[in-house]
Design a protein. Structure first.
Length: 355
């Protein structure tokens, strides 16, 4: 199950962002995260009635997405950007005409699409484009630096985002209640994230969200109670202040988590975008896989888990400051095209500053 679902989110966000203009990239991505949140919130509602039989829980959460996938498949079209990069111009044009009909528009009959993989049209060699995957990304210096930076930031955010969810067991509250609170905090995360994506830069929003998540985790140490020495006292109720601050921290981590996906889409061109997104998710899941070890250690020392979560989240925010800004930047189709266009853009910005 885990193997099968791992790439669904990546495909959804890439497919959604490649078929809309730059103005709508942020909001469209956030709409997808809203349904992710709805699924997250439904989990404790499904898990509580089926708590005595985990097999029933698995049957329910397997049947629902299977039904949804089958019903939605006929309405999903391939990304015209991806088709064009692969040299399938006619199919890309057919998809665009389908989109136009759905919007009550008509494309000109003589419309032609410039193929970025055709050297005659100023593109790269087709054979080179088709092999332009992980090898070309790691061989290109600027792209490799971006990828490493994204992965470092993603590791910290994934560690905190998933770790804080698991760490609710150390808050001395009812587990179903705590998970439900965290799921509810995803809703304001999406609302604030959507608004802030239109008002501020990607880099600033990600770094500030990571900072807020880290600071909240550190504050949870101060507002914790019910400890005797180094061990949590399970006989006492949890601190409401700690639960609220933990919820705020989780909301901030959720914003950073969502923004990182959008940021990664805009940082890399079409021919390596899926690979870059998969590497970003790999780093997020690597952090998620290590987080349970810290949560287990938190049963003996709850302050330790919050301390590490806080430090890693702040570190992720600092690392992201080395990434370039991408708000309102066009989506490029190849590494070569993006490198040339960004050089021209930086030269133009430098000339404007000097003038």
């Amino acid at each position: 199950m885990g193997f099968s679902r791992s790439g669904i989110g990546i495909c959804c966000i890439v497919l959604a962002t490649e078929v809309v203009g730059r103005k709508w990239r942020g909001p469209v991505s956030q709409y997808g995260f809203f349904f992710f949140t709805a699924g997250f919130f439904s989990l404790p509602l499904i898990a509580y009635p089926t708590r005595k039989n985990w097999r029933n829980l698995y049957r329910i959460i397997s049947f629902l997405p299977l039904s949804y996938s089958v019903l939605s498949f006929p309405f999903i079209s391939e990304s015209p950007r991806w088709l064009l990069v692969r040299g399938r111009s006619k199919e890309a044009l057919d998809v665009l005409r389908k989109f136009a009909r759905r919007n009550g528009k008509t494309l000109p009959e003589n419309l032609c699409l410039a193929n970025p993989s055709d050297p005659k049209e100023g593109g790269e060699n087709e054979a080179l484009t088709k092999t332009c995957t992980k090898e070309s990304l790691w061989r290109t210096k600027w792209a490799a630096k971006r990828m490493i930076t994204v992965m470092i930031a993603g590791f910290g955010v994934g560690f905190v985002y998933y770790g804080v969810q698991l760490n609710v067991e150390n808050l001395n509250f009812n587990l179903y209640f705590s998970v439900g609170i965290n799921a509810l905090m995803e809703i304001p995360a999406i609302i604030f994230g959507t608004i802030l994506l239109g008002l501020t830069s990607r880099r600033l929003l990600f770094s500030l969200s990571a900072f807020l998540a880290g600071i909240s985790c550190l504050l949870c140490i101060i507002f914790a109670h019910g400890k005797h020495g180094n061990k949590a006292d399970k006989s006492r109720d949890g601190s409401w202040a700690q639960l609220i601050i933990e919820g705020v921290g989780f909301m901030a981590a959720s914003i950073a988590y969502d923004v990182l996906y959008i940021y990664c889409v805009e940082l890399f061109p079409t021919n390596v975008r899926n690979f870059a997104m998969s590497q970003s998710r790999l780093s997020l899941m690597l952090g998620a896989s290590i987080a349970p070890l810290l949560v287990a250690a938190g049963r003996l020392s709850p302050s330790l888990s919050f301390l590490v979560f806080g430090i890693l989240s702040i570190f992720s925010g600092v690392v992201s400051l080395w990434l370039p800004e991408t708000k309102n930047a066009p989506l490029y189709d190849s590494l070569k095209q993006q490198e040339e266009e960004e050089k021209h853009r930086h030269v133009g910005q430098s000339n404007n500053i000097q003038a």
